[in-house]
Design a protein around this ligand. Structure first.
Ligand SMILES: Cc1cc2nc3c(=O)[nH]c(=O)nc-3n(C[C@H](O)[C@H](O)[C@H](O)COP(=O)(O)OP(=O)(O)OC[C@H]3O[C@@H](n4cnc5c(N)ncnc54)[C@H](O)[C@@H]3O)c2cc1C
Length: 383
């Protein structure tokens, strides 16, 4: 039997961006709002699963450094207060690499108006004294980002879903959007035996977005990442939160590698930030690549003085990449009823509550309450 629903806004996709949008909608309107998720919330086939992510101001682009200041000042504190829990955990954070690559970060941070109190430039010897667990190989200098945090990622997605449900939003799990019918005044969505009429739809479908919205102007590539988790081989507490700086090494072998503590689990999470390669099928079953796990162990040993043991486990996760690594946030050209949030290019999580606010604003009003986004709308446009 077909069930019918009517929502002011329907969100398609229950990763962190969809849940943040739904939560923001419940703060903006008393009208009914809902979300469709093809799997169950917190599934591990997309981009948002796992315990931790990095939040930082050190960026190679001043626009994102500015957006992050807004998210730190307004969106994360508001969400933590509503959720009644700590979602960002302070951690030292170091960014380093050779020559031009790290210069781009330093210049962007300064262009965003951030001084040494936020991101401090350290000579390598001073950085090694400050952080004895780090070797900082081939570093020209080190950026010590005093704004860094570890995001409690799965706690964040759980909190967003909890808050949205508490305020009356409907979340339909196990329902894939199959058809988007724009023929009428509103939008009709069909998912098996569920039919939904709504005024607007926000599509936050991660790596699946191209199937739903094939006419997106910017090319999007799904890229599977291998993530490994290591224990130290000697001091069991060496990889605990606060015991070493989370770090990003840029420009080595044309790659960026990063590592961070898995909260208090005593594990080092490490991965290569892979932004190029053939398009991956998000529905394919893919195991982590053991050769990549071994390479990551070598990277950790090259960068850190702490003896790294064998991998406790490894995982995969998908990026949805645009050629410039810019997010796609905006309505489809000539179609205000369909708002897209996609292409988060492996660096979206730290912005999730701010992105959710923007997407909810766009669906309801056509413009957002975030000045740093409004100033750069063309860069993020879906068309
Ligand atoms: C290994 C890894 C490390 C990362 N590290 C960081 C970091 O340190 N800092 C940072 O800021 N960011 C980081 N990111 C990026 C961040 O996690 C992503 O930008 C973010 O999770 C993207 O969320 P999303 O909601 O757009 O996509 P997803 O989480 O993929 O969600 C999309 C959802 O849509 C659903 N869906 C798709 N099609 C349909 C349909 N037809 N009907 C219904 N539902 C549908 C999917 O099932 C999925 O649940 C990392 C990402 C990865 C993979």
């Amino acid at each position: 039997m077909t069930t019918r629903h009517r929502y002011a806004v329907l969100v398609v996709g229950g990763g962190v961006m969809g849940l943040a949008t739904l939560e923001a909608l419940t703060r903006r309107t008393r009208a009914p709002v809902g979300l469709l998720e093809q799997h169950t919330l917190a599934h591990s086939r997309g981009s948002s699963h796992g315990a931790v992510r990095i939040a930082r101001s050190a960026y190679a682009d001043a626009v994102y450094a500015r957006l992050m200041q807004r998210a730190y000042a307004e969106d994360w504190p508001r969400l933590a207060a509503d959720a009644g829990e700590t979602l960002l955990l302070g951690s030292p954070g170091c960014f380093f690499g050779a020559g031009a690559a790290i210069d781009t970060y330093r210049d962007a941070v300064r262009a965003a108006g951030l001084g040494d109190d936020a991101v401090e430039e350290l000579a390598v010897d001073e950085a090694r004294r400050r952080y004895p667990s780090m070797r900082f190989p081939n570093a020209a200098y080190v950026l010590d980002d005093h704004t860094c945090h570890v995001v409690a990622a799965d706690r964040t997605t759980a909190a967003l879903a909890r808050l949205a449900r508490k305020r009356g939003a409907a979340i339909h799990e196990g329902h894939a959007l199959l058809e988007l019918d724009l023929a009428g005044r509103g939008v009709r969505v069909v998912s098996g035996d569920v039919e939904i009429d709504c005024d607007a739809v926000v599509v936050t479908a991660g790596p699946w977005v191209r199937r739903l919205v094939p006419k997106l102007a910017r090319p999007l590539t799904a890229l599977r990442q291998t993530v490994a988790f290591f224990r130290p081989s000697a001091d069991p507490a060496a990889f605990r939160l606060g015991r070493f700086p989370l770090w990003c090494e840029v420009g080595h072998d044309d790659a960026m590698h990063y590592a961070l503590p898995e909260l208090d689990a005593g594990l080092l999470k490490i991965a290569r930030h892979r932004l190029t390669g053939p398009d991956d099928d998000p529905d394919a079953d893919a195991a982590p690549d053991p050769a990549e796990v071994e390479r990551l162990r070598e990277v950790a040993s090259r960068v850190m003085t702490v003896a790294v043991g064998t991998a406790e486990r490894a995982d995969t996760c998908l990026y949805t990449c645009t050629p410039t690594e810019d997010f796609v946030i905006g309505a489809l050209p000539g179609e205000r009823r369909v708002v897209i949030g996609a292409g988060f290019s492996g660096h979206g999580f730290k912005f999730a509550p701010l992105v959710g606010r923007v997407l909810a604003d766009l669906a309801l009003d056509g413009r957002s309450s975030v000045p740093e986004f409004e100033a750069e709308r063309a860069r993020f446009a879906a068309g």
